[in-house]
Design a protein around this ligand. Structure first.
Ligand SMILES: CC(C)(COP(=O)(O)OP(=O)(O)OC[C@H]1O[C@@H](n2cnc3c(N)ncnc32)[C@H](O)[C@@H]1OP(=O)(O)O)[C@@H](O)C(=O)NCCC(=O)NCCS
Length: 317
């Protein structure tokens, strides 16, 4: 068995097979169009690869995608050493081929391939099938808790300094303070826009409007959010708040934006830095996440084993 990058035709052939898994809300043609549109997005064009596990005869046994993601190692003096990490998505084996170890073999060959990349730091994935299968290939799971807030009436801009629009995503991201961690992943503006592109595709299938804002700032704190998939929710992609007051003000704006757009709730992924603040935000409820379990595998031996890096929703693929 060996690993090969997929051609455009092979990608389209995989789309036809993965529709049953990831196509809900869309027709077969709509799903194929979604995949083409997402692959044409600037972030995917630059940083996405589709990989196939093939038999010696050339039959495709399993597939997945990788998205290159910036990551940073903190040097002893505090400086940041940039590198490449790889977020893995859409691991798939056809039903008739399952249970023969093909997905595991794909993950092992892919890790070996990624380890050979000159600036490789780590691989990251979001498991919808629990930790066990990926733990076999060296991935460690992170805690996965979400915070839910209900929509609230009112003007979104009232509790914050400024609301951010789609054109302000890069400015908002540049304001976010980097995590004080020995190793962390960090998204780019096109990477965050890729999430919004998903929302642009799905909004016509949902009973809601596109949110008018993509985030907000208050003092030194910043949030970025959007409609990002097939759930009519406002998803917080990035949140940098250092006090309960900042978190409350930003999430109040998010709740009001959710109400204005006709969305059912605000969803925020917990990160270690936010964990002490969120219980103090009125109306926020902590729930165990269903699916999207973050798991990380080092791609170089000197990556600090602990603590595992923060994983905001903006890194999801
Ligand atoms: C998950 C998937 C890729 C596994 O492919 P595979 O080639 O059968 O994988 P392997 O043979 O290497 O490993 C199979 C293991 O995955 C486990 N697994 C498969 N589906 C699972 C699920 N829904 N929940 C928990 N474990 C699951 C099997 O129980 C088995 O575990 P075991 O060997 O410890 O008994 C395949 O079932 C699939 O394509 N599923 C649909 C798409 C999907 O959910 N992809 C994963 C997204 S994170």
């Amino acid at each position: 068995m060996h690993l090969v990058p997929a051609s455009d035709d092979q990608k389209a052939q995989r789309d036809a097979l993965t529709y049953a898994e990831w196509g809900p809300l869309l027709t077969v043609e709509g799903y194929a169009a979604r995949e083409q549109r997402l692959r044409a997005h600037p972030w995917a064009r630059a940083d996405m690869r589709t990989w196939l596990l093939c038999s010696e005869e050339g039959a495709v046994l399993a597939s997945c995608e990788t998205f290159r993601t910036d990551s940073f190692l903190r040097a002893p003096g505090g400086g940041l050493l940039p590198g490449d990490s790889f977020a893995i998505a859409s691991v798939f084996t056809e039903e008739r081929l399952r249970g023969r170890g093909y997905a595991t073999r794909l993950m092992d060959l892919l890790a070996a391939e990624l380890e050979r990349q000159p600036r490789a730091h780590a691989a990251l994935l979001f498991s919808d099938v629990g930790p066990r299968i990926y733990a076999r290939s060296g991935y460690r799971e992170l805690p996965a808790w979400d915070w839910h807030l209900s929509p609230a009436p009112g003007a979104p801009g009232e509790s914050v300094d400024v609301l951010l629009g789609e054109a302000d995503v890069a400015r908002g991201l540049a304001r976010l303070r980097r995590p004080d961690a020995p190793f962390f992943f960090w998204p780019t503006p096109p990477q965050l826009d890729w999430h919004l592109e998903r929302g642009r595709i799905y909004v016509e299938h949902l009973d809601c409007s596109p949110p008018a804002s993509c985030g907000a700032t208050v003092g030194d704190a910043t949030a970025l959010w959007g409609l990002v998939g097939r759930s009519a929710e406002l998803t917080v992609l990035m949140l940098d708040a250092r006090s309960p007051g900042e978190a409350t003000a930003l999430l109040k704006a998010a709740r009001r934006e959710a109400s204005r757009a006709g969305l059912s709730r605000v969803v925020l992924w917990e990160e270690p830095g936010l964990a002490p603040l969120l219980p103090l935000v009125e109306g926020a409820t902590r729930v165990a996440r269903q699916g999207s379990l973050p798991m990380v595998r080092p791609l170089r031996p000197d990556l600090p084993p602990a603590p595992l890096p923060p994983v905001p929703r903006g890194l999801w693929v």
